[in-house]
Design a protein around this ligand. Structure first.
Ligand code: FSX
Ligand code: SF4
Ligand code: F3S
Length: 387
């Protein structure tokens, strides 16, 4: 991006932050984000380090870090409603249940979370009332985050919530109507997820099927805390929806495949594979393709951002990616421990330069284990399959 483009972006962000500063903070909020973070044992330096990492993750230059820090401080000006539909609550767990609170989870303590069933103290009638009040009070201003698939059609009543017996679908429809922005958090909400897997006994559908409004999908089962918080901070700064891929996933997080960023990629290119779990190749950290890794077909930034405060991610632990951020992965990614033999494969970078050589070797190996070659739907537009 050219300098002048960054300058005007910086100006636009500045205006947005100043605008947010004029809004009142969440009621009852008596601590600043710095105080919240300090009380949890983090220094100002830790906070600034975290801010720099988030700025880089959103593909902004380091000069934007001070402005990002200011934006985080006014994060309590944006009211958020978080709904649970049919799911395992893993998305919320991903964010909030690390052994020690991370700065990401503290941000969620700090922001104006008007309604979140897992962490709010209200229950029963009072909880229902809180949701109605939040919708009314922040009409057209709140951010809606939804976790879980949504039982629909004849099976809609399989998800019935609260004393008034409303279906999850009715609540999701109503709440979507007056939202300023809508985020489907997790693969269940983005694509239906595990409950929509064949034979989909509850008729579960994605959030995007219950509203006409644009839904930003943040898939993963669960998504990392980085992708959840990053989505929020992106909206906070830009005030607009992010650039999206073919499945409405933000490109800043889902542009590249797991395979493009994987630390075992060198072994894939060199033809060094784990043949079965526990063999010497596994001990040496070789590529997990032959024991079922779906990294070549899965778009997400796990290899870079990792989970649990950057500690690890599936492939680092020695188990292949199961494709959890792809639509219908339960049904379309085959057997967990076996490679897909019917899937096409190409590189996001179009196989140019050194990558082309590496790909030819990799592709040859895939062919040797009986795998076809083509492009993933989301990258098909970039370059046609090479082999
Ligand atoms: Fe679970 Fe969320 Fe998977 Fe779904 O994550 S981790 S089943 S994506 O909706 O709670
Ligand atoms: Fe990494 Fe899996 Fe690709 Fe191997 S197949 S390089 S383990 S993403
Ligand atoms: Fe999911 Fe694969 Fe990442 S299984 S968590 S997309 S490594």
């Amino acid at each position: 991006m050219e300098k002048t483009t960054y300058d005007s972006l910086h100006q636009a962000f500045r205006q947005r932050v100043e605008g947010l500063k004029k809004l009142p903070p969440m009621e009852g909020r008596d601590k600043s984000i710095e105080e919240t973070i300090e009380e949890a044992g983090f220094s100002r330096r830790d906070f600034m380090k975290w801010v720099s990492a988030v700025t880089a993750m959103l593909a902004l230059p380091a000069t934007f870090s001070p402005l990002m820090a200011e934006a985080v401080k006014v994060a309590d000006r944006l009211p958020i409603i978080w709904l649970h539909m049919a799911e395992c609550t893993g998305c919320t767990e991903s964010l909030l249940r690390s052994a020690n609170p991370s700065i990401d989870s503290l941000i969620f303590d700090y922001i104006s979370l008007e309604y979140q069933e897992t962490i709010m103290s209200a229950a029963g009638w009072q909880a229902e009332e809180n949701l109605e009040h939040a919708i009314e009070r922040y009409k057209g201003r709140y951010i809606l985050m939804v976790e879980g698939g949504i039982p629909s059609g004849e099976m809609e009543s399989f998800l019935t919530i609260g004393g008034h017996g409303k279906s999850g679908r009715a609540i999701a429809e109503e709440t979507s109507e007056n939202a300023a922005a809508i985020f489907a958090i997790g693969t269940c909400s983005a694509f239906g997820g595990v409950q929509a897997a064949a034979p989909n006994p509850t008729g579960a559908v994605a959030l995007s099927e219950v509203t006409d409004k644009t839904v930003i999908n943040v898939p993963g089962c669960p998504p990392s805390e980085k992708n959840i918080v990053g989505t929020l901070l992106h909206y906070l700064l830009y005030g607009t929806l992010p650039a999206l891929d073919a499945y409405n996933r933000p490109k800043w997080a889902y542009r590249l495949r797991i395979h493009d960023l994987c630390e075992r990629r060198g072994h894939f290119d060199a033809g060094e594979f784990v043949e079965k779990f526990g063999d010497n190749a596994a001990k040496d950290g070789f590529c997990l393709y032959k024991v079922g890794c779906k990294g070549p077909y899965t778009f997400n930034n796990c290899a870079k951002q990792k989970f649990n405060q950057g500690t690890s991610w599936p492939v680092q632990t020695g188990f292949g990616c199961i494709g959890c951020s792809e639509p219908n992965f339960w049904d379309t990614m085959g057997t967990v421990n076996e490679p897909l033999r019917d899937r096409l494969y190409n590189t996001v970078f179009g196989g140019l330069g050194a990558d082309a050589t590496a790909d030819k070797i990799g592709v040859g190996i895939l062919a040797a284990v009986g795998v076809g070659v083509a492009a993933h739907a989301a990258v098909a537009a970039i370059k046609p399959p090479k082999v």
